[in-house]
Design a protein around this ligand. Structure first.
Ligand code: ADP
Ligand code: ZN
Length: 433
């Protein structure tokens, strides 16, 4: 089902005209209301009258996480604080968190975008939506919550953690849609196994997973283990939260960007040059309808490409490919660029190991070292050392073939790697310490 038929199927020409109109008014608004944006635009020698439509977007300066930090906490808001009805903040593991604000209208926009996303992934009124995204400052929980209500579904605001209880509730309430991070979905599947609950005995039909990178093979693994469809949803607090883009159940290939609210660009992360559709680079967003905290050309650091090909679902919005990594997640190992998602892709294709792993990077003298620890499954755990050695050599070979970098693969006992309840932490880079 298409939640907002009128906007989600706009012919491209009408869509671009709408984007242009909204962009022009956004630029004028941030120039008038936010001293920082005015300074940045003055410095770049561009004024509101230079922006006549989306063809002029490239003239505007980028906004980065650093700009948000410099204006901590509320410096980039375009409305007085008494019009802000909600604050969220990103996890902020390094230093101060990134703070974002919403007016009442922003909350309504966000709810609609999340309702569109859930509908895009095949959810509908009558569904029992088990929302295991974390509630709190993190945008995941409340974002999904308002969206499910807006859709008319029944939402179970369970948040993360206490997995056994979650499974009991899924059984008793007949949950049909699961919302959480992909790593937590795997954790749930594992605990079901321990409890002797057959996923096929549940009503679960679809999972809408996001907030962290996951590979195509991980998707297949989750689908197999939970016996559901696993679809991808994307978002970030700076832009609005979850609901910036979502995969459709009909196409199941790429995530439709809700382009009547967000203009997406792909740039070369080194030069800032805008790349044509189809090329991979850093994703940049301009929010054209947000009131309290709009962003102009915000650099997400997420790497993907735009796919302009029409989709069978009927939506005219371009799709973005699965995120392949973040510019700041990329590990440079002895000069070779390595994304954790590539290693994950290899591991998920190996039958004898479980989808639980960590990547440890270190430095031995001047040489970078890469170690991948992965759990083997119960069946082969008791096998001979020789068999295990053969297995780790095989995985090492596959990683070398794909990435061109040698690494050490250490097989560890089942259930020894810490399980995630939200965003998984899978890389330990000791070189930075
Ligand atoms: P933080 O992680 O800093 O607290 P957010 O919760 O807003 O901030 O996280 C946003 C980030 O999460 C995105 O920029 C992206 O890197 C990642 N992310 C969100 N959804 C997905 C997804 N479906 N696939 C890959 N990465 C995602
Ligand atoms: Zn589609």
């Amino acid at each position: 089902m298409i939640f907002n038929e009128e906007f989600e199927t706009l012919p491209r020409e009408a869509l671009e005209a709408l984007q242009s109109k909204r962009l022009v008014s956004l630029v004028q608004r941030v120039y008038d209301k936010v001293p920082y944006y005015r300074e940045q635009m003055d410095k770049a020698g561009v004024g509101p009258t230079d922006i006549k439509g989306i063809a002029d977007l490239h003239k505007l300066p980028f906004t980065t996480k650093e700009d948000l930090r410099l204006n901590y906490p509320f410096g980039l808001f375009t409305v007085p604080l008494d019009e802000v009805v909600r604050i969220h903040a990103s996890s902020g593991t390094t230093g101060k968190p990134t703070v974002v604000g919403y007016t009442q209208k922003d909350i309504e926009t966000w709810a609609e975008l999340m309702a569109r996303s859930l509908a895009c992934a095949g959810a509908h009124k009558g569904d029992m939506v088990h929302n295991a995204y974390g509630y709190g400052l993190f945008t995941g929980g409340l974002g999904a919550h308002y969206g499910a209500e807006r859709l008319g579904a029944t939402v179970i605001p369970v948040s993360g953690g206490n997995t056994k209880r979650q499974i009991m509730l899924m059984q008793d309430f007949a949950s049909s849609v699961l919302l959480c991070t992909p790593s937590y979905a795997l954790n749930i599947a594992e605990v079901m196994g321990e409890m002797g609950v057959d996923p096929a005995s549940l009503k679960l039909r679809v999972g809408i997973f996001g907030a962290e990178p996951w590979s195509q093979n991980m998707k297949e693994e989750i689908e197999k283990k939970l016996k559901i469809k696993a679809l991808n949803i994307y978002g970030l607090s700076e832009v609005i939260g979850p609901g910036v883009s979502c995969e459709c159940i009909e196409g199941e290939k790429g995530l439709h960007v809700f382009e009547d609210h967000f203009i997406a660009e792909i740039i070369n992360p080194d030069t800032g040059e805008v790349l044509p559709p189809g090329e991979t680079g850093e994703l940049v967003f301009t929010t054209i309808t947000k009131e309290a905290f709009p962003v102009v050309r915000y650099r997400t650091k997420d790497l993907t490409r735009l796919m302009p090909e029409p989709c069978q679902c009927g939506r005219t919005f371009y799709r973005m490919d699965r995120i392949m990594g973040r510019t700041d997640d990329m590990l440079i190992i002895r000069g070779v660029n390595v994304f954790p998602s590539q290693i994950e892709h290899v591991l998920m294709g190996v039958e004898e190991v479980e989808p639980h792993y960590i990547i440890i990077v270190d430095r031995d003298g001047t040489l970078d070292t890469l170690e991948v620890q992965v759990e083997i499954n119960e069946n082969i755990f008791s096998d001979e050392i020789k068999v295990l050695e053969g297995l780790s050599k095989r995985i090492q070979g596959e990683i070398k073939d794909l990435l061109g970098v040698s690494c050490k693969v250490k097989l560890v006992e089942p259930k020894t790697i810490q399980r995630s309840e939200g965003k998984a932490k899978r890389v330990i880079d000791n070189r930075k310490l």
